[in-house]
Design a protein around this ligand. Structure first.
Ligand SMILES: [Zn+2]
Length: 246
């Protein structure tokens, strides 16, 4: 049998193996979308948690300041009671008034309709905690579905792998019947050309062309291919030329 005809069969097998590998790497659309939407949800959780952390820091800072001011105020009140002179009392009174102003800014004062700094921070913390819970629930809902899809995809890849290994064994058996130097040459061209290493020659109005790169072949090249005494390569793309089934 014409070794190049066998090489052509081998190439068909190799292309089939390539397609299996490609299929294995293809991520199903549904799985890709599910992965992406989980990433979005997890990013949302992380962003909300960052914001919550910032608000908590602001809240603790304000709360510490408030405790500090209250401590200073009570000391000033004690000192005012112990004050010896009216002037001193007035000075402490002024100090207490200033402390009260800042305490009011932090705590708020309903009668004066001052909202204060601390309450809005607490409201914000509650709001963020609720938002985080909502998004986390979505993550918890999405995860098992994604796991299921991942498992199905893994099974799909494994089934393809089994088919690949079986076909590879058959392919190697076929290759063993072709002269090793031809197989080696074909394989190195296939690697370099990322696909085919053997190309059929086709008749044109004025001669022959390479069906891989479509270049018109010089007549002496076409003649050598027809003679079939040695391996002839396309002068343009370098693939092994085959005259085709006769
Ligand atoms: Zn060519």
């Amino acid at each position: 049998m014409d070794p190049l005809a066998q090489l052509n069969h081998l190439q068909d097998r190799d292309l089939e193996l390539d397609r299996i590998r490609e299929d294995q790497g293809q991520i199903p659309e549904e799985l890709g979308a599910a992965r992406a939407s989980l990433v979005i949800l997890e990013t949302q959780v992380a962003d909300l948690q960052d914001r919550l952390r910032e608000v908590r820091i602001a809240y603790h800072r304000a709360d510490l300041e408030l405790q500090d001011l209250k401590g200073k105020k009570s000391k000033a009140q004690d000192a005012q009671m112990r004050a010896g002179s009216a002037k001193e009392q007035t000075q402490y009174g002024e100090q207490i008034r200033q402390l009260d102003d800042r305490i009011e800014e932090l705590e708020g004062n309903d009668k004066k309709k001052i909202e204060g700094e601390i309450m809005p921070l607490m409201v914000q913390m509650d709001k963020l905690e609720a938002e985080i819970a909502v998004v986390k629930a979505k993550v918890d809902q999405a995860k098992p579905k994604l796991d299921e899809m991942e498992a199905a995809n893994k099974a799909r890849i494994e089934a393809l792998e089994a088919a690949y290994q079986q076909k590879k064994t058959e392919r190697d058996g076929l290759a063993a019947n072709i002269p090793a130097n031809i197989v080696r040459e074909y394989e190195s061209i296939r690697r370099a050309r990322k696909g085919t290493g053997l190309a059929r020659m086709a008749k044109t109005a004025s001669g022959y062309r390479c069906t891989a790169c479509n270049v018109q072949l010089p007549m002496h090249v076409a003649q050598q291919v027809h003679a079939g005494n040695k391996v002839v390569r396309c002068p343009s793309c370098g693939r092994i030329l085959w005259k085709g089934e006769s």
